[in-house]
Design a protein around this ligand. Structure first.
Ligand code: DGJ
Length: 366
């Protein structure tokens, strides 16, 4: 046998004895998901943007010790210092490369919106084809969650770094499309009326871009009691001044919105801090409503508590006309950094209502 061939065969034989790094092809909800460097993926409460053949997953970068902040008397929940917004890229939704921080927090300035003691949650990025900018919105808040603002940042590339634009309470001085005079009458506990001039409270949020390129922000408002759907300006950088109240008094947060066959769908949760609760689904023919609640879409083991998780985003999978991926966070309130991801495909029943079935392990269909 020629020496070169013998050498090649020998090396192949040795290689076959070594442990091989097997490509991940299946998703195991709730297990530790690792990036291509082998590190746990750190992108919580996030969402995905598909751009030029690549998926970008943006999320809250939560690193370090989970603590109970002293200032949180009004709220009482645990916190981790806000690290900013992380971004990962993938072509198959399974193999994720860490692209670093799209928007880092600002540890050097405690007065900055992006100071780690503040809250940077539920980041979502959309692409504006008109301005060719990537626009990031997130829930910006003070350590006790009482500021309830929306933060905006902008970038020329999907991985950033994004330039921070600022934060505000949306829709200052604007009356909701569907509010009556009675809704706006000042009264104790009427947050809509209280905040009419200064801007509405905005906590958990998502963004949705409609087929015509018009973008909308959905945010939990009025002290989390009522959600608002708010049209964005053409550059996607601020509210357009047109919004509606939906799920009035229903205390729904963690909105994830998608469109299928001309109808809008929303999946959300109740408001129980980091603890899981039953998911809510709703459907509408018009984005400003009326939205009709259709109950908890989850099925199977753990469905009554959304498989121990909370909604964050629904991704229409590119090139798969009827494949929608429901993304949830399984929060670990005593170790927030170790919160996990629960992603499951959405089915639709005969009434075209979404159904999300628990599966401990699944793969995207070929
Ligand atoms: C529930 C929200 O959905 C989360 O984003 C986070 O703000 C927690 N509350 C904090 O308790």
């Amino acid at each position: 046998m020629p020496r070169l061939l013998a050498c090649v065969l020998f090396l192949a034989g040795v290689a076959s004895l070594l442990p091989t790094a097997r490509a991940v092809t299946a998703l195991a909800p709730g297990e530790v998901w690792r990036d291509t460097d082998g590190r746990p993926i750190n992108a919580h409460g996030g969402g995905i943007l598909f751009h030029e053949g690549v998926y970008y997953w943006y999320g809250e970068f939560k690193e370090g010790r989970t603590y109970l902040p002293k200032v949180n008397k009004a709220w009482g929940g645990t916190r981790v210092l806000a690290g900013g917004v992380s971004v990962y890229s993938s072509r198959d939704l399974v193999t994720w490369k860490n692209e670093g921080l799209a928007l880092p927090s600002v540890p050097e300035n405690p007065d900055h919106d992006l100071a780690p003691e503040n809250v940077i949650e539920r980041p979502k990025v959309i692409y504006n084809a008109r301005t060719k900018k990537f626009v990031l919105w997130f829930h910006q808040d003070s350590p006790n969650y009482q500021a309830a603002r929306s933060g905006v940042a902008v970038s020329d590339t999907p991985v950033g770094p994004f330039k921070y634009v600022g934060s505000f309470r949306p829709n200052a001085g604007v009356r909701p499309l569907n509010a009556t005079d009675a809704d706006l009458a000042a009264a104790p506990g009427n947050f809509l009326a209280r905040d009419l001039e200064g801007g509405q409270m905005a906590r958990d949020m998502t963004l949705f871009v409609d087929d015509d390129g018009t973008a909308y922000q959905f945010y939990a408002s009025e002290s989390n009691q009522t959600m608002h759907v708010s049209q964005l300006s053409e550059d996607y950088l601020r509210p357009a001044g047109k919004y509606a109240r939906i799920f009035v008094g229903r205390s729904i947060e963690a909105p994830a919105v998608f469109k299928r066959n001309g109808r809008y769908y929303l999946i959300g949760s109740g408001c129980t801090g980091w603890d899981p609760n039953p998911a809510h689904a709703a459907v509408a023919d018009s984005i400003f409503g009326p939205w009709r609640e259709i109950g908890n879409p989850c099925r199977g083991e753990g469905a009554e508590i959304t498989f121990g998780a909370q909604s964050t985003f629904v991704l229409p999978v590119a090139g798969r006309p009827d494949l929608f991926l429901a993304m949830f966070d399984r929060w670990n309130k005593w170790n927030l950094e170790d919160s996990r991801y629960v992603w499951l495909p959405i089915e639709f029943d005969a009434a075209q209502n979404p159904i999300i079935r628990w599966q401990p392990r699944w793969s995207f269909p070929e």
